[in-house]
Every structure is written in structure tokens, then in C-alpha cells.
Design a binder for this molecule. Structure first.
Ligand SMILES: [Zn+2]
Length: 254
């Protein structure tokens, strides 16, 4: 049983017994980890108060064999999610980041770049960056890193490049744009404007800060939230819980 050290974001804390909790963590070096934190609910535990939802902590855990929970032996708080603006929508957006990490990743699959992206998104949500912008950037980055990015440059079925003009069919199941030749026969297709596709492309670009300056009007923002929400639902096979609380994003420019 190896003892491992890493940084982790707390995604979920569930009471397990009178004194212990089971925590779901997204770690920088080991991906998602489910671990038992013995004694975490005691007043003077070795975890102090590090195991708060959305907190970033430095942890030590014992990696157990498959099928058993890992054992968390230490957690030191690095940063708590502060929500300094006391804005509920920013808190919900942070919960949504945690929900996507939990739902889209598997245990034992290290995703260090995704960890950095999540850490950055939580920091941005503590600051003043426009909420809809931070959420969209995190979603597109997570989809790209996990290999789920929809086809936005070419046809999802045949790969032909697509020149953007007017409206284009976007297939939820096939995973992106369709060329006119491939359009027939596909179900779950929505129609999206070139402007929406352009914005999605800019937010998906890696190692680029252009997403901070992309200009979008309320209509484009509403349309891209619509298509992306449906796409994420399709991917997860259910509606993320936090979608219900993120209605503001469709009209948001805050
Ligand atoms: Zn095609």
C-alpha cells in the first residue's frame, strides 16, 4: 500500500459514520479519488477543517487495491472557496465545475491539465471575471482534455471542413457539426449560427487567452448555452443537477 501526496479539490463529502466521512477528491496527480477520512468529523481531527466542498488541500492518502476506498491520512487546507462577492450564482457555478469533474472523469485516470483548469476556474469564480465566460471556458477545456470536444471545424461524420456561414446543423449524438451531405438520417440535430460556432471554437482553443476578450451578444450567449447544455446532458446521459441553477448563464453578461 503506497502512501501518496498530492493537491486535491474537494468534490463531495458524505457522512459515513458518527466520526468519519467518505470524500470524493479530484487530485492533480491521480485523477479522481474516493477516500475514507477516518475521524474527520471529530472536533480535533488531523484534517482540521480542510475537507470543505470546493476547498483545495494538500493531501496524503494510502492507495488501496481496486474495489476498496483509499484511506485519507492527512489533508491540509491550501485555499477555501471564498465567494468573496457573496454571489449565489458564482457559488452554483463552482458547484457545477465540481459536478462536471465528478461526472466526466474516472477514478485512477490522472488528468493534471484538467486539475489546473479546474483550479483556475475556481480562482476566476472567486474574482470578478464574467461568470458565463469562466463556466464556458472550463466546459470547453474539460471537453477538449477528455476527448469529448464536439467537431466545430469539420463535419463530425465525414471530416470535411465546413466554411461557416448562416446556420449549421449540430448533431448531439454524432458530436458536432454536419455537412449538408451527412445531415440526412441524423437525429437529435439542432441548428446553430456561425457566430455561436465561432465563439465555441474560441473558448475551446488551447493555450490561448482569447476567450477573455471574445465579444458575444445576448442572443449568441443564449444559443450556445442551449446547444452546450444539451450536448453535456447527452454526454452524461442525464441533466447535471446544477444546470437548473445556472439559468442565468443564458442571458448573463455579469
Ligand atoms: Zn459530412
Amino acid at each position: 500500500m503506497a502512501s501518496e501526496k498530492t493537491l486535491a479539490i474537494v468534490l463531495r463529502v458524505v457522512e459515513f459514520s458518527e466520526t468519519s466521512c467518505v470524500v470524493t477528491l479530484f487530485t492533480r496527480d491521480f485523477g479522481k479519488v474516493g477516500a475514507l477520512a477516518k475521524g474527520a468529523r471529530r472536533p480535533k481531527s488531523s484534517f482540521e477543517s480542510a475537507l470543505d466542498l470546493l476547498a483545495v488541500c494538500r493531501i496524503v492518502f494510502l492507495h488501496k487495491s481496486a474495489e476498496t476506498l483509499d484511506l485519507l491520512t492527512e489533508a491540509k487546507l491550501e485555499r477555501r472557496f471564498r465567494n468573496a462577492q457573496r454571489d449565489l450564482s458564482r457559488l452554483y457555478a463552482a458547484y457545477y465545475v465540481a459536478e462536471l469533474l465528478r461526472e466526466l472523469t474516472d477514478e485512477g485516470d490522472p488528468q493534471p491539465d484538467l486539475y489546473e483548469a479546474a483550479d483556475a476556474a475556481l480562482s476566476e469564480l472567486e474574482g470578478a471575471t464574467e461568470l458565463a465566460r469562466v463556466v464556458l471556458r472550463f466546459e470547453m477545456t474539460a471537453l477538449r482534455l477528455l476527448g469529448h470536444l464536439p467537431a466545430l471545424g469539420g463535419c463530425a461524420a465525414c471530416g470535411q471542413p465546413i466554411a461557416l456561414a448562416g446556420r449549421h446543423p449540430f448533431a448531439l449524438a454524432a458530436g458536432g457539426l454536419l455537412c449538408p451531405a451527412c445531415r440526412p438520417g441524423h437525429r437529435q440535430v439542432v441548428s446553430v449560427t456561425a457566430a455561436t460556432i465561432q465563439v465555441l471554437r474560441q473558448f475551446a482553443a488551447c493555450d490561448s487567452d482569447t476567450w477573455r476578450d471574445v465579444t458575444w451578444d445576448a442572443r449568441t450567449c443564449g444559443e450556445l448555452r442551449g446547444v452546450l447544455n444539451q450536448y453535456v446532458c447527452r454526454l452524461l446521459d442525464h441533466r447535471p443537477r446544477m444546470h437548473a441553477y445556472l439559468g442565468l448563464l443564458g442571458h448573463a453578461t455579469r
